[in-house]
Design a protein around this ligand. Structure first.
Ligand SMILES: C[S@@+](CC[C@H](N)C(=O)[O-])C[C@H]1O[C@@H](n2cnc3c(N)ncnc32)[C@H](O)[C@@H]1O
Ligand code: SF4
Length: 458
């Protein structure tokens, strides 16, 4: 069995990675290389017509820049570029559907950027094109990411009319100093109004996105934000650690001007928030999610059907995700394919009838097995690698991986019961580092214990 860790074979050790992957996919997007559109087209044309797929639409526009933002987005005070972009997006949807046929859809997700920037009629007209190209008769979940500052009653009514049944509200933090430091002011009264409008429109599945590790956040301010959050009773909460990467996202230097909480303080903020949420009936799910018992994520978790995708944790069971829009990633049975990130390049390619795919990776049987292993660890904090290999019909020699797991057992970060390796409470903060044990593309030259303790989780 050939290992794909080229780093191990190289005579020059590669630079040690600064950040650990979040494993929203495996192999991660860091491993993507040039991918020709012909390969992607072949993957699309061989999708089984009877299998449902998920659709992701990336809307790369926001009205105002949040200085902490790590997403692919562009600031536009004018609506003209958004209108032009939407026409191109419709063209991409039609071009792709010619290759896939009119597949059934189980999940739809609008992300960005801020999909809530779209005018109600534009959103509905986009959905008309989606419905013309794909069969939307059995959509389980239709979710959209909302910047509460850009949504109003007319937009919310349009979402309800289109069938949206879940919204993620970008809350981040209720603390005023923190909001100012990230250039994102949104008072509690705004969230109250938006929550009421969604409920009035019959959209009751609400997620809150919260962020810890931002300027001026302390355990005390986080407690206040969680207390305020609990009053709104969202079914699902994502509690993200602030990823500070000013070398990639230059505007984050404006956040870096303030003092950022150290790693120990960040962990204390997360632990405290997690304790408060769990004491109030939420269940912790994976790395950073919390759900109430009546939320479907909780049910999926219990049924051991939870999966990881580019949006984080999901109940979506489709094997194929088709991504549309600049930077969007598609996950297909044969591999990953990512669209060009710049809006102009995307528009040029699609308008001239070409595919927007530029990067990606074809995946082999070993990758699928390791994806299953890493996803199980990321979702359930435990894994039996041999059992998963047997499920994939692969006779794999895990001696290197087991030797690392045994070191983790010795350090008290894991325990082992008849081949099942479980992460202990002491090891939970190192979930991402522990998952790297199975990442065949990750530079394994640093000792696993050192990796746990020293690698940043940004
Ligand atoms: C695309 S945004 C959501 C929609 C909308 N644009 C908004 O901000 O309300 C998705 C979420 O990613 C999270 N996020 C963005 N940048 C981040 C960063 N640098 N570190 C951690 N989380 C981040 C925020 O919680 C944000 O709400
Ligand atoms: S956090 Fe959301 S609203 Fe703010 S710039 Fe990023 S994508 Fe736009």
């Amino acid at each position: 069995m050939t290992k794909r860790n080229t780093a191990l074979k190289s005579s020059v050790p590669p630079a040690r990675p600064k950040r650990l992957p979040r494993y929203t996919s495996y192999p991660t997007a860091l491993e993507f290389g040039p991918l020709d559109a012909g390969t992607h087209d072949k993957w699309l044309k061989t999708l089984p017509i009877c299998e449902p797929v998920s659709l992701y639409f990336h809307i790369p526009f926001c009205e105002k820049l949040c200085w902490f933002c790590g997403c692919f987005t562009t600031i536009s005070n004018k609506y003209d570029p958004v209108e032009k972009f939407l026409e191109t997006l419709k063209q991409e949807i039609r071009q792709t559907a010619v290759k896939t046929g009119r597949l059934h859809v189980s999940h739809i997700h609008f992300g960005g950027g801020s999909p809530s920037m779209l005018k109600p009629d534009d959103f509905l007209s986009l959905m008309d094109v989606v419905a013309e190209c794909y069969n939307l008769d059995h959509v389980n979940e239709f979710a959209i990411e909302i910047d509460p500052r850009t949504v109003d009653r007319d937009k919310i009514n349009a979402y309800a009319k289109a069938g949206v049944n879940r919204v993620s509200l970008g809350i981040q933090d209720f603390n005023e100093n923190t909001q100012q430091s990230i250039n994102r002011i949104q008072p509690v009264s705004l969230i109250e109004r938006v929550m009421t409008d969604f409920k009035d429109a019959g959209i009751t599945k609400i997620n809150f996105d919260l962020v810890y590790g931002l300027p001026y956040q302390t355990v005390e301010t986080i407690s206040q934000t969680i207390e305020q959050t609990l009053k709104f009773n969202p079914g699902r909460i994502a509690l993200f650690g602030y990823a500070h990467v000013p070398h990639i996202k230059k505007h984050q230097a404006l956040v870096g001007k303030h003092k950022l909480p150290e790693q120990k303080e960040r962990q204390a903020q997360f632990d405290h928030a997690s304790d408060m949420l769990r004491a109030s009936g939420y269940r912790a799910i994976g790395l950073d999610h919390f759900a109430l018992p009546d939320d479907h994520l909780f049910v999926t978790y219990d049924a051991r059907e939870l999966k990881r995708n580019f949006q984080g944790y999901t109940e979506d069971r489709a094997d194929t995700l088709l991504g549309f829009g600049p930077s969007a990633i598609s996950s297909l049975p044969d591999g990953y394919a990512q669209n060009v990130p710049m809006i102009k390049d995307y528009m040029d390619k699609i308008s001239s009838g070409q595919s927007a795919v530029v990067r990606g990776l074809s995946i082999v049987a070993d990758d699928k097995m390791f994806r299953d292993i890493i996803s199980t660890l990321m979702c359930y904090f435990e894994v039996n690698p041999t059992e998963i290999a047997a499920k994939h019909n692969i006779a794999y020699d895990f001696s290197r991986e087991i030797s690392d797991l045994e070191k983790l057992v010795h350090a008290g970060f894991m325990m082992c019961d008849q081949g099942l390796y479980k992460i202990t409470p002491a090891g939970k903060p190192f979930l991402r580092a522990i998952a790297t044990v199975f990442d065949q593309y990750f530079d394994q030259s640093t000792d696993i214990i050192e990796r746990c303790i020293h690698e940043s989780e940004g």
